[in-house]
Design a binder for this molecule. Sequence first.
Ligand SMILES: N[C@H](CCC[C@H](N)C(=O)O)C(=O)O
Length: 262
Amino acid sequence: MLRQFHKMHGLGNDFVILDARAEPLEITEGLARHIADRRDGVGCDQLILLEPSTLADLRMRIFNADGSEVQSCGNATRCVISLTGAATIETAGGLLEGATHGDEVEVTLIEPRFDWDAIPLAYPMPTNPMPMGWENLDRPQAINVGNPHLVFFVEDLDDIDIEGLGPGIETDPVFPERINVNVASIEGGAIRLRTFERGAGLTRACGTGACATAIAAIRARLVTSPVTVHMAGGSLAISWVPGQPVRMRGAATHVFKGMIDL
Ligand SMILES: N[C@H](CCC[C@H](N)C(=O)O)C(=O)O
C-alpha cells in the first residue's frame, strides 16, 4: 500500500513523518527500523506517526531509528507544528503546545521532573548530580522532560569521545528505560552541546536534549534563562524558570514529500 510521507528536519535531526489521521497505519518495531534505515529505507533519526487525538489537535508517536517507541521529540514537534498548523499535540511524554513565528516554531514542553523514579533510575539515588561516573564523564544531572536525559558539563567538548562512551552509558542498567546522553560546555553565556541519543546515536541536534541541558545549566547557575544552545546542526533558544514548563524556539525544515510502499 502506497503512503505519502514528508521528510523534514529540525537543525539536521531528521524525520520521516507519516500522517495516519485519515487512514490508520500500524507501525511495528521492524517497520520503523526499515523506514529509518539509510540504505534499505528512506532514512531518518526518528519515524513520526500522526494520529487523531481526543485531547489535542493531533497525537504524535515517535519511533527511534532502532525501532523503539519513545515519549518525546523536540525537533520533530517543531516540524509537525510547521507541517500541520497544530497548536496542541498529544504525546506519551505529555501534552505540548506550539506556534509558528515566521520561519521558527516555539514549543512549550512539560515541567521537567527530577526525582530518581521519574527519570527513571533503577533505584533511589540523588539526581543533581548523580554520584556516578563513566571514564572521564562524571556527576551528571538526570532530568526527565517527557523523555529521559543525562547531562554532563565538561571544560572542552572536543576532549570527550561521545561516540565511544555513549552506548555504554545509554544502556547502563541504572537506566531501566535507557537514556539520552548529553555532553555540554559553557561558552560565553551560551551552551555548546553534543547528544548521543537513545535509540539513534549521535545526532546533529536534539531538541529535548537542548531543553534538559539548559535546565541543568540554569539549576547549576552556569547560565541564566533564556539561553542559546549551539549544536552541530544549528541553535535553539531555551527558556525555563523552576516550577514552569520548558520552552524552545527554533527552525523546522521541510525537505521533500514522497511515497513509500508499506
Ligand atoms: N532519542 C530520543 C527521542 C528523540 C529526541 C530528539 N530527536 C529530540 O529532538 O528531542 C529518546 O529516545 O528519548
